[in-house]
Design a protein around this ligand. Structure first.
Ligand SMILES: [Fe+2]
Ligand SMILES: [Fe+2]
Length: 483
């Protein structure tokens, strides 16, 4: 009896510890799977999450329910005690599949056998990016430009952790034993590991300074947004509802990136105006990041993120669509027959040594289409950035490189394309690539500016303070407490 009592006392009440709206308390099988997985997740967090942070108190938002008040609860939290929860947007009983061969049928509440392996692969691939980005960013806390930025980094990190939980929930709830094995494997792969890397290349790159972090959250988290939007259209309703809720968090990650780069631009332009400088070496001598280096970071992060969309022409993408598994961006707002059987789409390819447009069946070009949707939104962000040099009277403008620039995947993969879209010889490329992509010297320079600023309200010299604080708090609020 005594032994039993002790076991009962030690058992963790997971329905409490894991905030959720999936009725976890009444799903024993799922609870057991999560009980098994949670300690492994915490080990992963402690081993590869943000370093030296277990005692910090961070002013974080935690989702405790999906309603307006519940999803953004703010307060000081020690990160290992963060409550990673499972939330799906509420079910619409009448929801139907909106595209493909199953259009008009009720949305699936269980995984259809014929799409089981496809759905599992999609969920695993999405799930793999979440812990990967935490791993990529683990060292950044040591060089934070302010407490405000440190808090934002940690907010992004814990939410990427929650996104992993979201995908693991789907795997464990709907995919049986295979799903449990995939959930384990998600904690075993490591960003940049030669033997067991993360699935997608961009998630094995290093994010070793704050400029790279802001670029990553602007460019690569936005790829996350577009993938999640396409999955939010899925006929598999639990996936659609899970990804919809993830999108509410993703918006903040992209804000961190866009406003972060904007503040770097602002600081540089301010120095250039005040000191009447244009020469990048002189700009650097002032301890701020020259605009040419910023442009090279844009070129790098944009091009590696475009690769995440996969091949321009893809029979997989076509079958995901006809199967009702993955839709287009804003599928239900598009005014067409949602089957794409007679439509065409323009992609670029190389013909006789030239980049040319080609019409292909729209169904096969869904990756290219999603990537083009993404580029439109990125361009709008670049336009907002460019108002900053304009305001300071600095003639420089950030531009997006051609979609064929520096690509490893897609129709123009492995070709030598200049940022303006000119096809080059290998020799020409090698002569100029250091003007277009961040060099070791650029990384060393940006790295040399990184220093830890943790006095409330103070900011590193290379970045301007934000216009306002988090949740309308003052900029000098103590967003992270060191105790
Ligand atoms: Fe995420
Ligand atoms: Fe994100």
């Amino acid at each position: 009896m005594a032994e039993l009592a002790e076991t009962t006392q030690q058992a963790i009440d997971y329905s409490q510890r894991i905030p959720n709206n999936v009725d976890l308390a009444n799903d024993r099988a799922l609870q057991r799977a999560l009980e098994h997985w949670q300690p492994a997740f915490l080990n992963w967090w402690n081993e590869t999450g943000p370093v030296d942070t277990s005692t910090l108190q961070v002013y974080l938002r935690t989702a405790i329910s999906v309603d307006r008040e519940g999803w953004a609860n703010f307060g000081y939290v020690r990160m290992p005690e963060y409550r990673w929860g499972i939330f799906l947007t509420p079910r619409d009983e009448n929801r139907r599949i909106n595209f493909g061969d199953h259009k008009g049928e009720p949305a699936w509440q269980e995984v259809p056998g014929e799409y089981r392996s496809t759905l599992r692969r999609i969920i695993v691939t999405q799930g793999d990016t979440e812990p990967a980005s935490v791993e990529q960013q683990k060292l950044l806390g040591a060089t934070c430009p302010s407490l405000y930025d440190l808090r934002n980094l940690f907010q992004v990190n814990v939410e990427e952790g929650r996104h992993l939980w979201a995908m693991v929930y789907l795997l464990q709830r709907y995919f049986g034993r295979d799903g449990r094995e995939e959930a384990e494997a998600l904690l075993q792969r490591r960003s940049g590991d030669l033997n067991n890397p993360r699935i997608l290349t961009a998630f094995n790159e290093k994010t070793n300074n704050w400029l790279a972090f802001f670029m990553f959250t602007f460019f690569t988290d936005r790829d996350g947004k577009f993938q999640l939007c396409a999955l939010a259209e899925s006929g598999f309703d639990p996936l659609a509802r899970t990804t919809k809720f993830m999108l509410t968090e993703e918006a903040h990650h992209m804000f961190v990136g866009e406003s972060g780069v904007a503040r770097v631009l602002e600081r540089t332009c301010e120095v250039m105006r005040d000191k009447k400088l244009t020469d990048p070496a002189q700009v650097r001598a002032q301890g701020v990041i020259d605009l040419e280096t910023l442009q090279r970071f844009v070129n790098f992060h944009y091009s590696v993120t475009l690769d995440l969309y996969g091949a321009d022409i893809s029979s997989n993408a076509a079958s995901f669509y006809t199967g009702g598994v993955k839709g287009r961006y804003e599928e239900t707002k598009i005014n067409d027959d949602h089957s794409l059987s007679h439509d065409s789409y323009t992609v670029q390819e190389i013909e006789n040594g030239k980049i040319v447009d080609r019409q292909v069946p729209a169904l096969t070009a869904l990756n290219a289409r999603l990537r083009d949707d993404y580029t439109r939104e990125i361009q709008a962000g670049i336009d907002r950035w460019n108002r900053i040099p304009e305001k300071f009277g600095v003639p420089f403008r950030i531009t997006l490189p051609h979609s064929g620039f520096h690509r490893k995947i897609g129709n123009l993969a492995g070709r030598y394309v200049s940022p303006e879209g000119r096809l080059l010889s290998k020799e020409e490329w090698e002569r100029h690539s250091s003007e277009w992509l961040p060099s070791d010297d650029d990384h060393a320079f940006v790295g040399s500016l990184m220093c830890r600023v943790i006095e409330p309200g103070k900011f590193a010299n290379w970045i301007a303070p934000p216009a306002r604080g988090i949740k309308n708090l003052p900029v000098e609020f103590e967003y992270v407490r060191f105790s």
